[in-house]
Design a protein around this ligand. Sequence first.
Ligand code: HEM
Length: 412
Amino acid sequence: MNAPTTTANDDLFAYPQDRTCPWQPSPGYQDLGRQGPLHRVRLWDGRWIWMVTGHSQARRLLADPRMSADRSRDDFPAVLPRLDAPIFKPIAIIGFDPPVHDVHRRLLAPDFSLKQVRAMRPHVEELARRLVADMLRAGPPVDLVEAYALPIPSMVISELLGVPYDDHEFFEAKTVGLLQAKSAEDAERAGRELWDYLDGLITRKEREPGGPGVLSRLASEVDEDGDLTREDLLRIALALLIGGHDTTSQMIALGVVTLLEHPGQLAALRADPGVLTAAVDELLRMVSITDVSGVRVATEDIEIDGEVIRAGDGVLVSSSMTNRDPEVFPRPYEFDVHRTRGGNAASGRQHLTFGFGIHQCLGQNLARMELEVAFSVLFEGIPDLRLGVPLEALPTRSGGTMQGVHTLPIEW
Ligand code: HEM
């Protein structure tokens, strides 16, 4: 793809760009969003790809079978240097097209159903209460990431998969190492260590069948000539372990920051617990924690809104900007926990934070439940919670797409 003809402000077209406020897209993306729904942006390796900021264009493209998610294709864009690591090519489910994608997704769908997630809720509530009690006992200041935001999703995904939580320090550190790596080499090193760990774990599960968790169940379904090879299982284990905790833990952390910085909205949530579900969706919309709803490559020429996306062009759908399309979300930059109750009852839930189409997040029921529990138990247990440092001093992640804070000092 060629560079755009107008290059008045070259930095405007660089991708990614850091946020200056934890819950708002970078000022550069906001400028792009004002100019229209489709843009050309330049990646770290000099490649130009499309960036989609319009909500309807994003839905059309993410639902289009001519858009491939296959990361093993030579023309698939690596939007960050770390995504050029061989370990990411391919990554299970999210990085496969049908029919393999659909087969693997069907194998996992029952473990992530609403019914399954509802059954897990009392246990997650108990866990969150225990963590709050521990924080109260320890006394302020506390790092909320370490004491609360990370342990909840990390314990939940370990139990669900059947990965020993005793190993959490190892897999949490390697996941961050993989997701925050500045180079393909660093990502590959962290990814391979996780791979070897999961390989050993699955070997143990094969020797002792009938153990707890999804990985034990799948280990008994491995068939080298069928739908699930051992390598598939390892790739699935890696994808679920990585996808299952960093996203949700950082969403808890930045969700707490957003609520604390909007005391009126937090008060509205406290006054009416019936607002909780809508508030979680509004936080998901505002924070857009992954910043991206999906990356694809076009396999054929696609005409959309007067533009032609050529076969071989990379396409990145920006969740933070499509979630601020004024056609769908009135007053898009405002945080309003009552949004779903407003004029357009459905608008608050139309955010693309969990993606759209066949790759829409498999863990979204689980993530929503964990977020509801995390916010309600925290603000009930520590009513006078506040940030331990000024907002500007929060150590935020930079240089990538996954948003977050390294630590979140809190007091009460
Ligand atoms: C706030 C938390 C989360 C966010 C914002 C999030 C976001 C996303 C997004 C945007 C996609 C679509 C990517 C694409 O189309 O290329 C996705 C897919 C996926 N997510 Fe999540 N996710 C979250 C939590 C989870 C959790 C807890 C799990 C559980 C293991 C999970 C597992 C997956 C999987 C397996 C896919 C691939 C689905 C497919 O390709 O069919 N996610 N997620």
